[in-house]
Design a binder for this molecule. Structure first.
Ligand code: GLV
Length: 310
């Protein structure tokens, strides 16, 4: 008999096909998704999610839940305390999305610094004949401060170095194997940087660490780039800093209340907005889906997991 698997979202390309052979997939469909879950309450042994939150309440509702296979590298949307208490297994999808996410950080940085999105709109609106676009900002020789020098942060650093930028990083501890300048004080790093790039995990430890004080330190010539989690930035403070020009601009892929993006940003020329596309390529999402499936299959075969969260 196939184990029952609750799929909280559609999954990545190929993921459900890979799972269907091994699991009975329960999809909490409309009009009454809760009833669907209730109907299988005692049989659901596994959950898949991408960014759909998993609360303690849901876990407590499923007495035989053994494993959550998260199709993302970040798992701050899952109640970790409840997982630990119940000894539920958790897996994620690290490594495969590192390059794509770092690419998006640079995409945002280049676009906002060189006014590319603004320039595109300028050309399409037929405004070029009236005069040139205002000047942008050079990357070479500028300093990028990376918040969270993990896998993605290091990949961002590599790319910034290729643009002849100098590098610094902030995090909970210095990494002696890294050649870049370490700051234990986030505001001090922001003050010394031209670009503040967020690549740290979300969750309670990083919630709202970017507030008005840090943005003010970044200063009126500085740019904020966020490919981490929206929760890292106090969005109201960012809006205030952008509208009164306390910072020069921002490139954002993540937001505090996705998919809601503050409407005030829609009319700001100094902001580039993408809809959480860090890992959104066919190649990478396909790999992420395969990892989700392989972890689940390994778990129920009693084999070693590929990417357990420990
Ligand atoms: C996407 O944001 C991820 O954590 O994989």
């Amino acid at each position: 008999m196939k184990h029952k698997l609750l799929a909280l979202d559609a999954g990545h390309p190929g993921q459900m096909d890979a799972l269907e052979e091994h699991f009975e997939i329960i999809r909490p469909s409309k009009p009454d998704p809760e009833r669907v879950i209730r109907d299988h309450q005692n049989d659901i042994k596994a959950i898949t999610t991408y960014l759909t939150p998993i609360s303690r309440t849901l876990m407590e509702f499923l007495p035989n839940l053994e494993i959550i296979a998260c199709g993302a590298v970040g798992y701050d949307h899952i109640d970790l305390e409840a997982i630990r208490e119940r000894d539920i297994t958790l897996t994620n999808t690290p490594d495969v999305l590192t390059d794509d996410t770092a690419d998006v950080a640079l995409l945002l940085l280049l676009n906002v610094a060189r006014r590319a999105v603004e320039g595109d709109a300028y050309v399409r609106a037929g405004l070029w004949k009236n005069g040139a676009l205002p000047l942008g900002n050079c990357l070479a020789g500028k300093k990028a401060g990376i918040v969270g020098l993990g896998r993605i942060g290091q990949a961002v650093a590599q790319r910034c170095a290729a643009f002849n930028m100098s590098l610094a990083y902030y995090g909970p501890r210095e990494k002696p194997d890294q050649p870049h300048e370490y700051y234990s004080d986030l505001s001090a790093m922001a003050r010394d940087c031209d670009f503040l790039i967020l690549t740290c995990p979300g969750g309670p430890a990083t919630k709202h660490i970017i507030d008005y004080k840090v943005l003010e330190a970044l200063g009126s010539n500085g740019f904020l780039i966020n490919v981490a989690r929206g929760s890292v930035v106090k969005e109201d403070d960012l809006l205030a800093a952008l509208s009164n020009k306390a910072i020069a601009g921002a490139g954002l892929d993540v937001y505090e209340h996705e998919p809601h993006v503050p409407e005030a940003m829609f009319t700001m020329d100094n902001v580039v907005l993408t809809p959480h596309i860090g890992s959104a390529t066919i190649e990478t999402r396909t790999k992420m889906g395969q990892i989700v499936a392989d972890n689940l299959i390994a778990h129920f075969k009693g084999q070693a997991l590929l990417t357990p969260v420990t």
